[in-house]
Design a protein around this ligand. Structure first.
Ligand code: HEC
Length: 129
């Protein structure tokens, strides 16, 4: 491929990636620790994996432990922050979160915040891609 054409193609694909990433929040202020959490693809992926392996072990559809089905879009970003800041939900109090350390819990929070019910609006010009 012609070198200039190649550079143009690289530029265009970077633009697409950047637009998709920028449509969602790229950071959040963690209320409990008052730290600014800057998201990277690797930490978000880890948060998603931990959410699936730990939280979803109970919160899957039709589970046997009486946990409501939850996914990232079950709540808006601010509400997810509150769940992890206040830890008011029953499972946070009864030790069901104990498999995760503080940093891992913040990564789960990052993932849920970034993919929450109000973090992406396909009808908005800002998020349409
Ligand atoms: C061992 C099972 C178990 C694990 C693991 C678990 N939960 Fe729960 N969770 C429950 C149960 C059971 C309830 C319902 C408690 C009740 O209403 O009495 C609940 C309630 C909740 C609620 C309230 C939902 C609602 O609609 O009222 C949220 C939010 C929640 N959990 C989030 C999480 C997150 C985030 C994680 C992972 C960090 C997690 N849970 C891990 C069992 C679990």
């Amino acid at each position: 491929m012609d070198k200039r054409l190649f550079m143009a193609a690289v530029g265009a694909s970077l633009l697409v990636v950047a637009t998709v990433v920028w449509a969602r929040p790229s950071k959040r202020l963690d209320p409990a620790t008052q730290t600014c959490r800057v998201f990277t693809p690797a930490t978000i992926e880890e948060g998603q994996k931990l959410f699936k392996s730990v939280c979803k072990s109970c919160h899957s559809r039709d589970n046997a432990v009486g946990a409501p089905f939850i996914h990232s879009e079950s709540m808006i970003s601010r509400a997810w922050n509150r769940v992890f800041e206040k830890r008011y939900v029953a499972c946070a109090k009864d030790g069901s979160w104990a498999a995760l350390n503080q940093e891992q819990l913040m990564r789960v929070n990052d993932f849920l915040f970034m993919n929450s019910a109000d973090s992406y609006d396909p009808r908005s010009g800002k998020d349409c891609g």
